[in-house]
Design a protein around this ligand. Structure first.
Ligand SMILES: *Cc1c(COP(=O)(O)O)cnc(C)c1O
Length: 346
């Protein structure tokens, strides 16, 4: 890896961050807070929240097996994705490399930040090699994006190719593990201590059943986390979100139970889907959705919308012609989808 200073944008490296009232007193016990112009009349939410979400990070640290100083929390993973551009990529100069097809936000954030985006097409098995990713890089490549399990294809990217990429690339490799709770593959976040250029993304939006609270995580070296903390909004994760996240973390066994239920339903759904006359192929998945090639994705999508059932039409995505992406729902939702598709052919 290049020295961090060579990867960070010069203005960000030099940046003196905003220092909030709550940042400045820390280290002392206090009970009179006349420093932040808050309303003193309490309703539980009258005070600014902890800008570094220390209590929540302690809890996540235990759960994920990652030291708290290796954790950044944001307003969804989307905040971490955008921050990676804002901290590391000089607009109109730097570029990033990403697998294609993948999660759309990497490209949208590149466009917003005026950073060149270099897609590397997956092969027919939706895989990529380190060699092909590295061949797309040059001296101005700051980030490589790898989503695994990948959205919308569902499969995990070969672990040895990811590790080879991390070991060889001089910039940062971002591995988005939004769906790793649904996979039996060992998550890359456990390799964090070995790789100073690895950033792993997690979210509360999928297996943790909390998309509405907007809580995403980035795991990386304390030096990288320190740069994120300097650039983020001071109070980027509100107190209601922090409290609700801790409430969810109180019962990890319930999340395990729901995950197992979703995985059972996934197996049944995929088997039933394969038997549908409209189905041409169901692709293997490690996520809570699967990709299926059908006879006419647009027509089937429109038909389902007419019945009040929404799936994701991916037909215009590269390598996904005539493909629908189907999220695993409750048993009755899944049955309703299958019923609608069966009567399509009746
Ligand atoms: C759903 C998803 C996320 C989650 O984003 P949040 O902003 O945390 O809700 C992140 N990455 C991928 C690949 C996803 O599919």
């Amino acid at each position: 890896m290049k020295p961090l200073q060579d990867l960070v944008r010069p203005n960000i490296w030099k940046l003196a961050p905003y220092s909030s009232a709550r940042d400045e007193y820390s280290g002392h016990e206090a009970h009179v807070f006349l420093d932040a112009n808050e309303n003193p009349y309490g309703n539980q939410l009258n005070r600014y929240p902890d800008p570094l979400q220390r209590e929540l990070k302690q809890r996540l640290s235990k759960l994920k097996g990652i030291p708290a100083d290796h954790i950044f929390l944001g307003n969804g993973s989307d905040e971490a994705i955008d921050l990676l551009y804002r901290c590391f990529c000089q607009p109109q100069t730097d570029n990033v490399v990403a697998i294609e097809p993948t999660y759309g936000m990497y490209k949208v954030c590149a466009d917003i930040n005026d950073v060149e985006y270099r897609p590397v097409l997956l092969d027919e098995q939706f895989q990529v090699t380190a060699e092909r990713l590295l061949a797309a890089c040059d001296n101005h490549t700051k980030l490589i994006w790898i989503c695994s399990p990948n959205n919308p294809t569902g499969n995990s990217i070969a672990r040895e190719e990811i590790v080879k990429t991390v070991n060889t690339f001089e910039g940062l490799v971002v591995v988005d593990e939004a769906y790793s709770d649904f996979s039996r593959q060992q998550p890359l976040r456990q390799e964090l201590q070995k790789h100073s250029n690895l950033v792993v993304l997690n979210t509360m939006s999928k297996a943790w059943a909390s998309a509405a609270i907007r809580l995403g995580m980035a795991f990386a070296s304390p030096a990288i986390i320190g740069i994120f903390n300097k650039v983020k909004y001071p109070y980027n994760v509100n107190l209601l979100t922090q409290q609700q996240a801790m409430k969810m973390l109180d019962d990890p066994f319930e999340i395990d139970r729901l995950t197992q239920l979703i995985l059972q339903q996934r197996t049944q759904m995929m088997e039933a889907f394969r038997l549908l006359p409209i189905c041409q192929q169901v692709y293997p998945t490690d996520a809570n959705f699967f990709l299926a090639r059908v006879t006419d994705a647009q027509a089937i999508y429109d038909y389902l919308v007419g019945r009040g059932i929404i799936v994701r039409n991916r037909t215009r995505v590269q390598l996904c012609h005539n493909c629908l992406r189907i999220t695993i729902g409750t048993r009755s939702e899944n049955d309703e989808l299958l019923g609608a598709l069966r009567s399509l052919n009746a």
